[in-house]
Design a protein around this ligand. Structure first.
Ligand code: NDP
Length: 317
């Protein structure tokens, strides 16, 4: 790394979702004087959802942006230093660790909490943006409740898509599972469950090419056997359109130093937020292929800050 050190801190947190802010609350209360960089999407994935009804402590529900603002204010109250900026490069070869912000500023830190989250993959259709928060979602557990007794579609053929389709089938009247191949990629047990569900219709060999609706999603334009001589246009009437074609953990800049699984999720020592690099912790969706919930992310952010505090005190820093 050629850039010189601009600042030395005891605890650097990267990411501003529930994991990052919760880590900041705990780290500042433990006098670690944490510095948090908000990253590409300040507030994280929850800022793109509407109502959050499953975060404990909000009996009437709360909007995603309000929840994130509350968490941020709570961290600010204890003195967490929260800044706009994106971590662009890391050098975790030896402590203290170096993190480059926005390609220029280099911060040297004793402990690092990686809370950079994961980004849901979208198909890349302009209609996904047009109907964002108006019928398009990438999280059935978050938004499924709003589609009780309605008709929804889930795109994808993996375990996530099957899981989301089954979850939605317990709430909605009808679920379409839109699968681009003639088969499901999901595990056998998930496939069987989907095939047995009376209100799930699997549309094999279908691709989504657009959405339509006046004030929200009212349907999807599909193409069956796209590109084949017998290609066929199919429209389905739906109230909600759920993407389940995978997530991309935001772990690229840590990969030279930190172990990830084949998808890119950071591997931590089971039951802890510890990575194999001492003093470097991972919390929230970047290290969680299983639950991906705001509350589990917050919990792991808390654990990461506690571990950072213990690490520093063991090191006498
Ligand atoms: P996967 O990568 O397993 O599956 C993604 C699915 O989305 C595939 O069916 C893929 O189609 C489809 N897809 C990708 N891009 C597009 C596109 N542009 N248009 C249409 N379809 C598309 O991701 P998952 O999130 O399902 O799973 C990730 C990992 O997590 C897996 O290892 C999975 O087993 C695991 N998991 C396990 C669970 C469990 O055990 N309960 C629950 C959830 C996840 P194609 O097949 O054609 O490539």
């Amino acid at each position: 790394m050629t850039n010189s050190i601009n600042e030395k801190v005891r605890c650097l947190i990267i990411g501003s979702g529930p994991a990052g802010y919760t880590a900041a609350i705990y780290a500042s209360r433990a006098n670690l004087s944490p510095v948090l960089y908000e990253g590409i999407q300040p507030g994280g994935q929850l800022t793109t959802t509407t109502d959050v009804e499953n975060f404990p402590g909000y009996p009437e529900g709360v909007t995603g942006p309000e929840l994130m603002e509350d968490l941020k204010q709570q961290a600010a109250r204890f003195g967490a230093d929260m800044r706009i900026g994106i971590a662009t490069k890391t050098d975790l070869s030896a402590a203290p660790y170096k993190v480059t912000i926005d390609g220029e500023k280099v911060i040297e830190t004793e402990t690092l909490i990686i809370a950079t989250g994961a980004t849901a993959k979208y198909l890349g259709l302009p209609d996904e943006n047009k109907y964002a928060g108006m019928g398009v979602s990438a999280c059935a557990t978050c938004d499924g409740f709003f589609y009780r007794k309605k008709t929804v579609a889930v795109v994808g053929g993996g375990d996530t898509a099957c899981e989301e389709a089954l979850y939605l089938a317990s709430l909605a009247k009808q679920v379409y599972l839109i699968v681009r191949k003639p088969y499901l990629r999901a595990s056998k047990v998930m496939q069987e469950r989907v095939m047995k569900a009376s209100n799930i219709t699997v549309l094999f060999e279908h691709n989504t090419v657009g959405l339509f609706g006046e004030d929200g999603v009212e349907g999807a334009h599909l193409v069956k056997r796209m590109g084949e001589p017998d290609e066929e246009k199919v429209d389905i009437a739906i109230d909600g359109f759920f993407l389940a074609i995978g997530h991309k953990p935001n772990s690229d800049i840590f990969k030279p130093w930190i172990e990830t699984d084949e998808v890119g999720y950071i591997k931590t020592i089971p039951g802890t937020p510890k990575t194999k690099v001492p003093g470097v912790f991972a919390a929230g969706d970047v290290a969680d292929p299983h639950y991906r919930q705001a509350i589990t992310a917050a919990g792991s952010g808390c654990a990461a800050a506690i571990e950072a505090e213990r690490y520093l005190s063991e090191m006498g820093k």
